[in-house]
Design a protein around this ligand. Sequence first.
Ligand SMILES: [Fe+2]
Ligand SMILES: [Fe+2]
Length: 296
Amino acid sequence: MAASATATADFKRPPIERRDISFELSEDIPRHWHGGDPFITTYFNGLSIMFPEGEQFFIDSVRHYRDQITDPELKEQIRGFIGQEAMHSREHLRYNELLDQQGYPANRLHEKLKGILKFVRRRTSPKQQLAATCALEHFTAILADVALRDRRVYAGVHPVFRDLWRWHAIEETEHKAVAYDVYQSLFPGFMGYLTRIRAMIRVTILFMWRSGSHHVALLRADGQLWNLRGWARAFHWFWVRPGMYRQILPTYFAYYRPGYHPWDHDNSDLVDYWKKTLERKGYGTLHQHEEADTAA
Ligand SMILES: [Fe+2]
Ligand SMILES: [Fe+2]
């Protein structure tokens, strides 16, 4: 039962800081803020719609086991994790309100996901929910890794959205191992591994289904659904250049290894770099997750 998973990596992990940042999300921002491209913009908008409910699910699934964790370091990391996800939820709700104002069906898609997750909560055990959180945290961490590493991902993006997505990517990297360490400390061994892998397969299907449906619904609202040239351009962007999805394939499959740990892939240098950049831009005081839990 001892939570020893924090000792897995022998380098200094970045601290998990809760940053209470409010982004200037106004209607002046161009509708297609990703370089004027409706396809890539609506893809990211579709992800944003997934976050508030998704992140609440992550928080609840980790919080369920918090009292069983004895390692003070991991307990502290849980506080940071909850604080960060609560801030993400808040900002993505504001982001999604802007989408509704722009005529996208953001609220309808949000409510639909809420219903799906309600069903998942009813039908699965806390252990399975924690395993699903680990899998989804892996998704956000590997996407964040490419987004922070390859500048082409946010090339031509409106500055407010670029900063918002980078802020989210930094924090997803900082806390990428928290749910995983909680899970490993409580469910080590072969049966724990089986549940973790089964959850990853289900989550991959759910993630592709929901992100795909969001993308289609938002493109339909834009009248772009049958723009085949646009689809071809988007395919090129996602799979060839910069090839965000091509780039995550090796890190995605690493999760299936029995001895896998999120910090096997040490990308703390990216956190250091982008954190300084955000601070230089005046995204201010970085709060060390005080009152993190009450904000959730
Ligand atoms: Fe998040
Ligand atoms: Fe996260």
